[in-house]
Ligand binder design. Structure first.
Ligand code: FAD
Length: 320
């Protein structure tokens, strides 16, 4: 049996977890899902047609907010009871954190950011290293094999028709130490626009924006395209945008239909965050900037002239 840790929000499994389920489904054998915390039962309904036989819904008052070690302890309890051969999680920040706890508690190694798996003894796999700039071939002989799936490396197909999986509820035994680290409050970002990770269009700004105020032209363009605005680490380090807007190795990983990268050089740590974009349009005054080798489209020139001109043209075409 393969056990998959499924992250969820607003009553739905998240995208990278669906990718983890797609990998699990390709390996053969029954697939069980684990969902933790409020909304877990609702989110099980989003797993219909995704090859999940059984969903374990973990309920405990200590899990009403995110508590990584407690999630790991609950998973380890489930692993001891169900004896899965493989345990898979999404390679998100939370997925990697929870699965690291699972490995530590279960006494087995955890392999992060896997790209492909060949079952056997030992299991052969490829995984991302150095923020995606290297692909490592590795073998894993431990049982259970505990791994996370690199975000957006595996396609999650549309759900087939099918009923939601059967639910088994469990209440784990958690200690005070398990709950020592937990979320005690949340500050939501201002604005009610589309999120960077869900946006079909992302407009990103780098050092070339020059200031906080410089982002106004990106906000305008993103607004016209129904997109979201993000940035490089330079802009978050400079305080021009909040850290929540950072794209890259130490920020968010985005996968829009088009990423419009303005005044961004394309350092590998940034590319890690935007490599899953279907198309990249680079706007940069340097024709030799590294981003050019990643971009399908480019406009060479001063972004402060080009970006407003694109917005003007969109309005002209739309007659607004
Ligand atoms: P620069 O590299 O300075 O590039 C600015 C670009 O703007 C240049 O190409 C220039 O030609 C262009 N430009 C300037 N003015 C204009 C103009 N008027 N019109 C058009 N083009 C113009 N970076 C991230 O982005 N995300 C991360 O998560 C991240 N994590 C990191 C983690 C580690 C451990 C380390 C060491 C680094 C990390 N970095 C990250 C930093 C990364 O290495 C780069 O320093 C950073 O991405 C560069 O940001 P930038 O492209 O905005 O700036």
């Amino acid at each position: 049996m393969i056990l998959v840790f499924v992250e969820h929000a607003d009553g739905r499994a998240d995208r990278v977890s669906l990718e983890a389920l797609a990998l699990a489904g390709s390996l053969g054998g029954p697939v069980h899902a684990v969902l933790v915390g409020p909304g877990a039962t609702d989110a099980v309904t989003s797993l219909g047609g995704r090859g999940v036989d059984t969903a374990h819904v973990v309920e405990h008052e200590g899990l009403s907010s995110y508590a990584p070690r407690a999630c790991g302890a609950a998973m380890a309890e489930l692993i001891a009871a169900q004896a899965p051969g493989i345990v898979i999680g999404p390679g998100t920040e939370r997925g990697n954190e929870v699965m690291a706890y699972v490995g530590a508690i279960a006494g087995a190694p955890m392999v992060a950011n896997v790209l492909s798996v060949e079952t056997g003894s030992p299991m052969r796999l490829t995984r991302q290293r150095w923020a995606g700039s290297l692909v490592e071939e590795a073998t894993l002989g431990a049982s259970p094999a505990i791994l996370t799936v690199a975000p957006h490396a595996i396609e999650a197909p549309e759900a087939a028709s099918g009923a939601a999986p059967a639910i088994i509820s469990m209440t784990p035994t958690l200690s005070a130490a398990d709950l020592a680290s937990r979320v005690t409050g949340r500050i939501e970002p201002e604005g009610d626009g589309v999120s960077l990770t869900d946006a079909k269009v992302v407009v990103g700004g780098g050092r070339g924006m020059g200031s906080t105020e410089g982002f106004a032209i990106l906000e305008e363009l993103a607004g016209l395209l129904g997109g979201a605005v993000g940035g490089s680490r330079v802009v978050t380090s400079n305080g021009w945008r909040p850290h929540a807007d950072q794209i890259g190795q130490t920020g968010l990983r985005i996968a829009p239909d088009i990423y419009i990268a303005c005044g961004i050089s394309g350092a590998i740590q940034h590319i890690v965050g935007c490599a899953a974009s279907k198309n990249i349009l680079a706007i940069n005054k340097d024709p030799d900037a590294p981003i050019m080798s990643r971009a399908q489209y480019a406009v060479i020139g001063d972004l402060h002239a080009i970006v407003p001109a694109i917005s003007v043209e969109i309005r002209r075409v739309r007659g607004t």
